[in-house]
Design a protein around this ligand. Structure first.
Ligand code: PEP
Length: 264
């Protein structure tokens, strides 16, 4: 099973203009090396995907910056149909998108549930996209009920998915209480991440079989240039999901460099 490290930037609903999006993307693309130890994925708003895909192809053709893969922040299930306002995984694949974040806490907060996410993961896999499934708890209750919540998220979101699809799935553990936009947020520690990564592996192995225990797990929640190394070395994860810091080219590049400098 593929175990390359992966750094994913989630731009959320930023930046405001296409010009700014191009500038940010180009800045990152120009300043990363051509080494192959780390996969890099940027997930901008839908509107910017096609243009940024063209820019990324341009950079790899000139042999300069390595190609960055593009990811979407959501994709609807099915391929085409009467679903006003939605974009399907098939449509995204067609324009060169290869990853999709699904089940992000901000979308769950808008009403998306595990059953919706399960349908979206299945459609994404059929379309050829690699789903980045976000799981994570709102709070850490003293009775450790949050473990059960993550277990249910995994079991329901991944229900009915064949073992051989797990190599394409990435699980992002994002404790909501540690995300930069959460009011009164707190810092999560690499040991919080490590403990949950071990738990996620156990749930996957119990529910879907030992062969899926190698599924890549990444951490997200206020990742910065200050804590990236610690999470990568001591958080039990294969990469990072970076929100706010991915909107600053220098910070995002530095996080990529930190990852590349570590032994695989
Ligand atoms: C996120 O919401 O996916 C995220 C990782 O955000 P941040 O890094 O800003 O906490």
């Amino acid at each position: 099973m593929e175990k390359k490290k992966i750094i994913v930037g989630n731009w959320k609903m930023n930046p405001l203009t296409q010009k700014e999006a191009e500038k940010l993307f180009t800045n990152v693309a120009k300043n990363i090396s051509t080494t192959k130890t780390t996969e890099i994925v940027i997930c901008p708003p839908f509107l910017y995907l096609e243009k940024l895909k063209k820019i990324s192809l341009g950079h790899s053709l000139t042999g300069g910056a390595r190609k960055i893969s593009l990811g979407a922040q959501n994709a609807f299930y099915g391929d085409i149909g009467a679903f006003t306002g939605e974009v399907s995984a098939e449509m995204l694949y067609d324009i060169g998108v290869r990853y999709v974040i699904l089940g992000h806490s901000e979308r769950r907060g808008m009403g998306e549930n595990n059953i919706d996410i399960n349908k979206k993961i299945k459609s994404a896999l059929v379309a050829g996209l690699r789903p980045i499934l976000c799981v994570g708890e709102n709070v850490r209750d003293p009775d450790h009920g949050y473990f059960n919540l993550v277990k249910i998220q995994l079991e329901e979101c991944l229900s009915g998915i064949s073992k051989n699809s797990f190599g394409k799935i990435i699980i992002a553990y994002e404790p909501i209480w540690a995300i930069s936009s959460t009011p009164d947020r707190k810092d999560a520690t690499p040991s919080d991440s490590m403990e949950m990564a071990i738990f996620i592996k156990k749930v996957l192995s119990d529910k879907f079989g030992k062969d899926v225990a190698g599924t890549r797990i990444i951490y997200g929640g206020s990742v910065s240039t200050k804590n990236a190394k610690d999470f990568l070395q001591n958080g039990g994860v294969d990469g990072l999901l970076v929100g706010n810091a991915s909107l600053n080219a220098k910070k995002f590049i530095d996080i990529i460099k930190i990852c590349e400098a570590l032994k695989q």
